[in-house]
Design a protein around this ligand. Structure first.
Ligand code: C2E
Ligand code: MG
Ligand code: MG
Ligand code: MG
Length: 292
């Protein structure tokens, strides 16, 4: 009987593995037509400076509305796109869309707001679109400093010559760099200075436990201290409640991002948020019609 059960279990396991494989294959196939079919869109999540609660940055996050499966999370399809190389075209689509968003709508309201874009390590292995993006910025009137590329620690561990050259080209152009999901990987600090990293984003798994778990608290506090000594600013990801925010303030985190102050939303929402902030502080003559 035990043998029998074992076999059933094996077959069950085998079947579900098979199903999962089929599913990934089918999603990967659908990814190929997703750009042409207009199934992607971008949302933007605001990032606030803790000191004065000003909206100073926003992160662009991709969304995929599949025609039959509904919304598929980037955590599911980005790894598949990386594995089959489609991430290169998706990355180009993200660049195009961010630039369209910034260009078609009144830039004034977003003045000074920095836009963060997630870049996969695979994109660094085929850097032509990254370089084309820099060139387009140089022909536009949007300064490169208004962009930040979010990269992962793994990219900087043993970077190839191509990756190093691309990183240097980005820095030279003035594009900012931040390390995403910091604390989950190697967390070696040596490379932060070597590659002139501007921001470190503390992973949301630490923020989630910062109130109750002393280890998470101490880790966040030391990351912040060390990074500050290297002149690097800190962004806390996944801030969901006021008590997390207060702790982060006490340990001198610089910026916060999370559901507490803003979920990822369409570009028009970001514009409204930025506009209201502009209106509330200065330049009344620019907004005569509605400041009264
Ligand atoms: P990430 O870059 O670390 O992005 C932060 C993720 O946390 C986002 O998930 C965001 O919606 C979520 N988040 C923000 N605030 C909170 C919060 O308070 N609580 C919780 N529980 N979650 C929060 P999302 O949009 O599902 O993206 C997942 C990952 O997919 C991103 O992680 C990023 O690695 C990748 N990704 C998203 N868009 C792109 C893209 O355009 N290109 C590439 N290469 N990767 C992308
Ligand atoms: Mg990110
Ligand atoms: Mg992150
Ligand atoms: Mg992440």
């Amino acid at each position: 009987a035990a043998k029998r059960a074992g076999k059933d279990q094996y077959q069950f396991f085998n079947k579900s593995l098979h199903r999962e494989f089929q599913e990934r294959l089918s999603i990967t196939q659908d990814l190929r037509s997703a750009i042409a079919n207009g199934e992607f869109h971008l949302v933007y999540q605001p990032i606030y400076r803790l000191r004065d609660h000003r909206l100073v940055k926003a992160e662009a996050l991709i969304r995929w509305q599949h025609p039959t499966r509904g919304a598929i999370a980037p955590a599911v399809f980005i790894p598949l796109a990386e594995a089959c190389g489609l991430i290169i075209d998706i990355g180009k689509w993200v660049f195009d869309t961010v630039l369209q968003d910034l260009a078609t709508i009144d830039l004034l309201h977003l003045q000074g707001t920095q836009i963060s874009i997630n870049i996969s390590p695979v994109q660094f292995a085929h850097p032509q679109p990254l370089r084309a993006f820099i060139q387009r910025l140089q022909y536009s009137n949007i300064p490169c400093e208004r962009f930040c590329f979010e990269i992962t620690e793994g990219l900087l561990l043993e970077p190839s010559k191509i990756t190093q050259d691309t990183l240097n080209a980005l820095k030279q152009a003035g594009i900012k760099l931040s390390i995403d999901d910091f604390g989950t990987g190697y967390s070696a600090l040596g490379y932060l200075k070597k590659y002139h990293i501007d921001y470190v984003k503390i992973d949301q798994s630490f923020i989630k436990h910062i109130e109750r778990d002393n280890y998470a608290f101490v880790l966040c506090r030391s990351i912040i201290q060390m990074a500050h000594e290297l002149d690097i600013k800190l962004i806390a990801e996944g801030v969901e409640n006021a008590s997390q925010e207060n702790i982060l303030k006490v340990i001198q985190c610089d910026y916060i991002q999370g559901f507490l102050h803003g979920k990822p939303a369409p570009f028009s929402t970001l514009l409204t948020q930025a506009y209201q902030q502009t209106k509330s502080v200065q330049v009344p003559h620019l907004f005569n019609s509605d400041t009264k």
